[in-house]
Design a protein around this ligand. Structure first.
Ligand SMILES: Cc1cc2nc3c(=O)[nH]c(=O)nc-3n(C[C@H](O)[C@H](O)[C@H](O)COP(=O)(O)OP(=O)(O)OC[C@H]3O[C@@H](n4cnc5c(N)ncnc54)[C@H](O)[C@@H]3O)c2cc1C
Length: 441
């Protein structure tokens, strides 16, 4: 590259990529952050958008706005489609151009994960996953529409199918979603319908694991399960789903008729491993060195959900804290190199603990030897989630909404929003392949 100043390209403005960009805020370098979305998304609260507790704008913020004070950082809305490690460039599809090469001196890949249907991709048509704002709004539409349809339906036989909601996967997302859905139907919607009784809605949580919240201690799994029972959630453990179609799911040979099935089970990493032709673990996550670089490429780092690193003999989990700490580490390490300082100590994850909320005023919390369930854990959950939202606007908006909902039962956003398909000029991608370096330099 002609310029003497180093260019650091970060792909992904989620937890890992944003933390890396912030760590590079004062670096004497050009930092370019590329994301296919214009916003940083707080995924841990997606289920609250899907169940109408919060609106999309309360859990996401434009990346450009979050980095506006960093004069050395440019944000590009684009989809990275590959990496040429020999030429040291990434290929970007932006608004109307495809495969535009963008050179780098250092590259940080923080491209996260998407849904995995464990080889049954056909389930995706009937059981959407929860990973993006669009997913959450689409699931919210489905849930609210099911009630509207049932209210308009004369045949009582159909009411039960329409008001049966099945969640596949009893990890933190499935449990949180089931609890929030129960609060929505048994609380907020209770007195608003005339022909159907929302409180009679059936919520079924299915998992092949023997207990809910697998990553937590058994006592906390049991506490969460007891709370779900109290909320009227049917928990079916020990059997996966054998089939999903437009009429419902089949579990252990039994058909559960349902018009709303949500997939909260598996995640698959982004294709970063394929782009780099690097070694991956069985799930497809890129195996990285203790300094988070890719073996044989000290200039390329992979962080967060798309990276695979063992610590004390166990793989690090795909959680926000790992992504943030890795992003920060990679950013700082590059900055030290640019400043000619000696290398940092290998990355070490500091585990602050796990939490999951189950309905209103109840959470489970596990941190070191501490095991807590109930209202105090819920308060801690709320405080931690508010703290990690991307900026103070969101913190205030979410705090006010939570207090309001807690006191009144009223929800943030119960709108069914049908999006028009994008206009052709917005999606048309021509094959113009200009050198994006010009724009980025
Ligand atoms: C519903 C849900 C609930 C969760 N709850 C919790 C929780 O309670 N606690 C917790 O710790 N963790 C939770 N997680 C996990 C946590 O959100 C992830 O571990 C974390 O987001 C990983 O950060 P990341 O930076 O690796 O990826 P992400 O935060 O997913 O960011 C990846 C970014 O890369 C962008 N991107 C991807 N591919 C491309 C491409 N080709 N080109 C350009 N941009 C691209 C995406 O648009 C995205 O902005 C939850 C996840 C989900 C889905």
């Amino acid at each position: 590259m002609a310029d003497s100043i180093a260019r650091i390209v970060i792909v992904g403005g989620g937890f890992g990529g944003l933390a890396a960009a912030k760590a590079l805020g004062r670096a004497d370098a050009d930092v370019v952050l590329i994301d296919r979305q214009n916003h940083h998304l707080f995924q841990p609260l997606l289920y609250q958008v899907a169940t109408s507790a919060l609106s999309p704008g309360q859990i996401a913020s434009p990346i450009r706005g979050l980095l506006k004070k960093q004069k050395n950082t440019m944000v590009i809305l684009g989809d990275v489609t590959g990496v040429d490690v020999d030429r040291r460039c990434v290929f970007v599809d932006s608004v109307d151009r495809a495969g535009v090469p963008l050179g780098y001196d250092y590259l940080i890949l923080a491209t996260g994960a998407s849904h995995s249907y464990f080889g049954h991709d056909q389930f995706g048509r009937f059981a959407p996953g929860l990973k993006s704002l669009a997913d959450a709004v689409s699931i919210r539409n489905r849930i609210l529409r099911a009630f509207e349809q049932a209210e308009a339906e004369e045949d009582p036989q159909r009411h039960r199918d329409l008001l049966t909601f099945v969640l596949v996967g009893a990890g933190p997302t499935g449990v949180e979603m089931a609890g929030a859905l129960a609060v929505l139907v048994r609380g907020t919607l209770r007195s608003e319908f005339r022909r159907v009784d929302p409180t009679s809605a059936r919520i079924v949580l299915v998992d092949m694991a023997p207990r809910v919240l697998g990553p937590f201690a058994e006592s906390l799994s049991a506490a969460a399960k007891a709370r779900l029972d109290q909320l009227g959630v049917e928990v079916r453990l020990g059997h996966g789903v054998d089939g999903i179609d437009a009429d419902g799911v089949v579990v252990a040979g039994e058909r559960i008729a349902s018009k709303t099935v949500v997939w909260t089970a598996g995640v698959a990493p982004s294709p970063a491993g394929k782009w780099l032709k690097a070694g991956t673990d069985r799930a497809g996550r890129v195996r990285i060195e203790p300094d988070l670089s890719v073996p044989g490429h000290p200039e390329i780092f992979v962080v967060g959900d798309t990276a695979s690193l063992d610590q004390d003999g166990h793989p690090l989990p795909g959680v926000a804290q790992v992504a943030m700490q890795q992003g920060r580490y990679a950013g700082k390490l590059i900055r030290r190199r640019l400043e000619g300082k000696p290398a940092s100590a290998p990355f070490r994850y500091f585990d602050k603990g796990n939490m999951a909320v189950v309905g209103k005023g109840f959470a489970v919390l596990q941190s070191g030897r501490l095991r807590l369930s109930g209202f105090i854990a819920w308060m801690a959950w709320a405080a931690v989630h508010l703290q990690f939202l991307a900026n103070s606007n969101l913190r205030v908006a979410v705090f006010v909404q939570w207090v309001w909902t807690y006191l009144t039962g009223q929800r943030g956003s119960r709108l069914i929003v049908n999006h028009h398909p994008p206009a052709s000029e917005d999606v048309g991608t021509t094959a113009r392949s200009n050198e994006m370096d010009r724009r980025a330099s």
